[in-house]
Design a protein around this ligand. Structure first.
Ligand SMILES: Nc1ccn([C@@H]2O[C@H](COP(=O)(O)O)[C@@H](O)[C@H]2O)c(=O)n1
Ligand SMILES: C[C@@]1(CO)OP(=O)(O)OP(=O)(O)OC[C@H]1O
Length: 160
């Protein structure tokens, strides 16, 4: 069994869509990034890559590569899942937290979970997503950005 953790932050800005867990959330601001800036999926990918000792998302998907400009992070998550399979790992479980003052994430979490579980080829029971505010403190509290944290367990697949 191997454990991994991930953390990511993206800045909130006008004229961008807010996409989290592959869900486009109707909101006045969105997250800035080279990709679609899906900070939840980025934290989960970093946890998975970390558990497998395969580096991080910046190593696999450099933000200097035009191939990743505007890309859906769901596609990047599918790629990370393929990498894990190639290295004989399977996902045990993932627990992730979105840290955002606004908007309310709870209504969107079932769809995020469905999208991400599908991309990773796992059961939804293996993926928990939750949200918290930081009580109006710090950069998330001032609505300047959204952060995410994730932790995961990987199992080494036994060859038959
Ligand atoms: N952006 C958010 C933040 C929180 N929630 C939900 O509200 C609960 C209470 O949040 P506190 O930060 O006051 O502890 C939290 O447990 C989440 O269920 C949310 O949906 N979206
Ligand atoms: C996801 C990538 C893809 O180029 O771009 P960004 O959306 O800027 O996200 P970041 O969390 O800064 O990680 C870097 C890149 O891997």
């Amino acid at each position: 069994m191997r454990v991994g953790m991930g953390y990511d932050v993206h800045r909130l800005t006008e004229d961008r869509d807010l996409i989290l867990g592959g869900v486009k959330i109707d909101w006045e601001k969105g997250l800035l990034g080279h990709s679609d800036a899906d900070v939840l999926i980025h934290a989960v990918m970093d946890a998975l890559l970390g558990a497998a000792a395969l580096g991080d998302i910046g190593k696999h998907f450099p933000d200097t590569d035009p191939a990743y400009k505007g890309i859906s992070s769901i596609l990047l998550l599918e790629h990370v899942t393929k990498l894990l399979r190639e290295h004989h790992y399977e996902i045990g479980n993932i627990d992730a937290t979105i840290i955002a003052q606004k908007p309310k994430m709870a209504p969107h979490i079932p769809q995020m979970r469905a999208n991400m579980a599908k991309a990773m080829g796992i059961n939804e029971s293996q993926l928990n997503i939750k949200a918290t505010t930081e009580e109006k403190l710090g950069f998330t509290g001032r609505e300047e950005g959204i952060a995410s944290q994730a932790i995961c367990l990987l199992n080494e697949r036994k060859e038959s």
